[in-house]
Design a protein around this ligand. Structure first.
Ligand code: ATP
Ligand code: MG
Ligand code: MG
Length: 347
């Protein structure tokens, strides 16, 4: 088989490599950290940093195609990939790694978003609060995940305590949502799109806690409109692979939160809960293969994350035969760190 290159060496890369192996592909991950957890199931090219052009060129020379499991890879150094195709393309990466670009892009496509305002200076924050008001959330434009790089501004006075340090930010109005859900699609090389059922997602402390399928009726009523927007995004980017959009379900319909140009934590349930997982269809798409069916394998599927140092006994989880345990091979449990997940199927 051919070799697939993956930029990023975390659990998403690890699960992509496991799905690729079943289809006869080899994977090489490119990551700056030593002993990336993905490298326990495939080979690793360690780089000094993301701009290490010599290491990236050597990595690309081994690969038939390159994808990414991490959207914060800087775009400019990717020229070192030379003639090896990056799928999804670098435009998807550039749009999705900057919240402001992403919000403008989705607004232009007709999506509904919480009101937002760019914040580079303390004066910008004053303007944002005058225009949008509180409550709201100030977010770093780049590099945020799991709720990191966010400050909740519950009253206008809270803004006084926020130091604007020169990191580009965006302020967004707080959305009073009924529920949260995600749309995960896969677009093939031929432009065909498949969707998985939308999971209803709950978060704890800014981190995804659970994804449940089927979603509640109130959410399901909004999935159609959300899918239309997701398909528009995929087409506008000439996107190939798995794409995720997060939404708030509100009384006025779906409000776009953010997107991820990759497989997503709220799609981990598809490994056992769908006929073809998000990981396998991503591999199929980037390799130009036909996509697999996405229908449910059970009436009810629930995925919960195993987070941080909440000491759980794996044997207790495994003792229930309905549980499917996934551990990512991370050695040190730290607060807020995703150590694994458990998926339960129900009938
Ligand atoms: P990840 O990429 O890991 O999903 P993130 O750090 O990019 O997370 P967001 O998705 O922006 O963070 O926010 C995390 C959670 O915080 C959301 O899923 C939602 O529960 C809440 N949240 C974020 N923005 C808003 C908002 N404008 N109104 C209400 N709740 C919000
Ligand atoms: Mg995010
Ligand atoms: Mg999010």
């Amino acid at each position: 088989g051919e070799t697939i290159g993956i930029l990023g060496g975390g659990q998403l890369g690890r699960m992509l490599a496991m799905a690729a192996a079943r289809l006869g592909y080899r994977c090489h991950v490119f990551a700056p950290e030593r002993d990336a957890i993905a490298a326990e199931v495939c080979a690793q090219h360690t780089c000094a940093d993301w701009a290490d052009g010599a290491a990236m060129a050597a990595f690309a020379a081994d690969c038939a195609v390159v994808t990414y499991e991490f959207e914060n890879v800087p775009v400019a150094p990717l020229t070192a990939l030379g003639g090896v195709a990056l799928i999804p393309n670098d435009r998807a990466l550039a749009v999705a790694q900057d919240r402001l670009n992403e919000k403008r892009f989705v607004t232009d496509l007709g999506g509904r978003l919480a009101p937002f305002h760019l914040v580079d200076t303390a004066e910008d924050l004053d303007r944002a609060l005058t225009e949008i008001g509180s409550p709201g959330i100030l977010k770093t434009r780049r590099d945020g995940y799991d709720g990191k790089g966010q400050w909740r501004i519950m009253t206008d006075g809270d803004a006084d305590g926020v130091a604007i340090t020169g990191v580009p930010l965006v302020y967004e109005g707080f959305v009073h949502f009924i529920a949260e859900f995600s749309v995960i699609l896969c677009r093939g090389a031929d432009g065909a799109i498949v969707f998985w059922d939308s999971a209803e997602n709950t978060h704890k402390g800014g981190i995804l806690d659970r994804s449940v399928v089927p979603a509640s009726d109130g959410v399901q009523a909004q999935v159609g409109a959300a899918r239309d927007l997701a398909a528009k995004v995929a087409e506008a980017l000439d996107y190939v692979g798995v794409l995720t959009l997060e939404f708030f379900a509100t009384d006025d319909g779906p409000v776009f939160n953010e997107m991820a140009p990759r497989v997503h934590n709220s799609g981990h349930w598809t490994v056992e809960g769908a006929l073809t997982s998000q990981f396998e269809n991503h591999v199929r798409a980037i390799c130009g293969l036909p996509l697999g069916a996405t229908a449910l394998t059970a009436a009810h599927v629930e995925m919960r994350n195993l987070i941080g140092d909440a000491a759980e006994d794996w044997n207790t989880i495994l003792a229930d035969p309905a549980n499917h345990l996934h551990l990512y091979g991370k050695s040190a449990a730290r607060p807020g760190r995703k150590m694994g997940h458990v998926t339960r199927l129900g009938w």
